[in-house]
Design a protein around this ligand. Structure first.
Ligand code: SF4
Length: 346
């Protein structure tokens, strides 16, 4: 086990993803937050909020480490869903072409590169509404086995899953499954109409029941109210088990999508959302995800102070030596922040 202090404070994962280690003394892990309580946190004076979040963060995660997450799109574009923020939806004219599922050796080659660049978790994303049994799913299972054989955590995001598919992914060694709630239950209908909030919760339960870690968060900047933001966080925190990873995304408004005119999220809003997530879900990895590239170094560091301990690199980790990658690594080094080693899972 690479890092006892950090690993012991994360949710243990040995076939039962939801067996969380007890929180350190003084850290409150709750599942019964009211909207007014969450909103009271979210609206604290910024530095009080960050201080509170940092206090929780320090009690649980005792070192200066961040998880570096890489994502490879293994099947791009052509998605039948209508998520208003997504350039991969076939119905929006965004210039993203529908591609076939990548070949297994190409995916594993990319995973090796990501590992060499410091990624500890390799996430594979397919623009599907749901997984269909057959040769494509069999290839995904092979990819999962291959990534695990490289010593990395394997994560996938493939759309909705059946119970048996979740079990097969677990048997192949899948460490985590990403399926976001995106926004509050109240705002959801304005963003997606082709599947329900309930569909999402059902998939999350199947993932959890199969013993796979849950990676679930949302996106801010999609025209939601402060109550919507707080209700998203509240829905995540009031699940029976907190997601092990909570990606917090800032909308990147893409031309051709219905949300193309949305203004960029202010840094302060990102910091408030991350800090509130940290306080509500003290033991989760809170991930600074989409929108990070649009932030300067100081804004990113403030997000880390607020409790973000996982960074989403997208496909950047697949091409070491590119200027953005070098700049990211330099920022971590300047701040004395080190990459977290992968967890050793059963
Ligand atoms: S399901 Fe995923 S790939 Fe498809 S439109 Fe929604 S976010 Fe995009």
């Amino acid at each position: 086990m690479p890092d006892t202090a950090t690993v012991s404070s994360e949710s243990e994962f040995s076939g039962h993803a939801h067996v969380a280690a007890p929180p350190p003394a003084g850290v409150d892990v709750r599942h019964d937050w009211s909207l007014s309580e969450v909103r009271a946190l979210y609206e604290l004076p910024l530095l009080d909020l960050v201080h509170k979040a940092q206090t929780v963060h320090r009690a649980v995660f005792v070192d200066n480490k961040v998880q570096l997450c890489s994502l490879l799109s293994i099947k791009t574009g052509g998605c039948p869903e209508d998520c208003s923020y997504c350039p991969q939806a076939a119905r929006y004219k965004t210039g993203v072409k529908a591609e076939k599922l990548m070949a297994v050796p190409d995916v594993l080659d990319a995973a090796s590169k990501a590992r060499a660049a410091g990624a500890t978790r390799f996430c594979m994303g397919a623009a599907w509404r749901e997984v269909k049994d057959g040769p494509q799913f069999d290839s995904v299972l092979e990819m999962v086995r291959g990534v695990r054989a490289l010593g990395m955590e394997a994560c996938a995001t493939l759309g909705m899953l059946s119970e048996s598919q979740a079990k097969r992914l677990r048997e192949a060694g899948l460490s985590a499954y990403n399926h976001n709630l995106d926004t509050s239950p109240e705002h959801y209908g304005d963003i997606i109409s082709t599947r329900t909030y309930e569909d999402r919760l059902r998939t999350l339960n199947r993932v959890r029941d199969a013993g796979i870690s849950v990676c679930c968060g949302g996106i801010i900047g999609m025209g939601e109210s402060v109550d919507d933001r707080c209700n998203l966080l509240r829905t995540l925190a009031n699940q029976e088990h907190h997601p092990e990873s909570v990606p917090i995304n800032a909308l990147v408004a893409v031309e051709g999508t219905p949300l193309q005119e949305q203004q960029r999220v202010e840094t302060v809003d990102m910091v408030r959302t991350i800090a509130t997530a940290r306080i509500l879900m003290p033991q989760s990895m809170v991930r600074l995800s989409a929108g990070r590239q649009q932030m300067n170094d100081e804004a990113q560091l403030l997000c880390m102070m607020a409790g973000a301990n996982s960074l989403f690199f997208g496909e950047k980790l697949l091409t070491t030596g590119n200027p953005e990658y070098t700049q990211d690594m330099a920022l971590l080094e300047k701040a004395g922040i080190r990459p977290l080693e992968p967890r050793q899972e059963g």
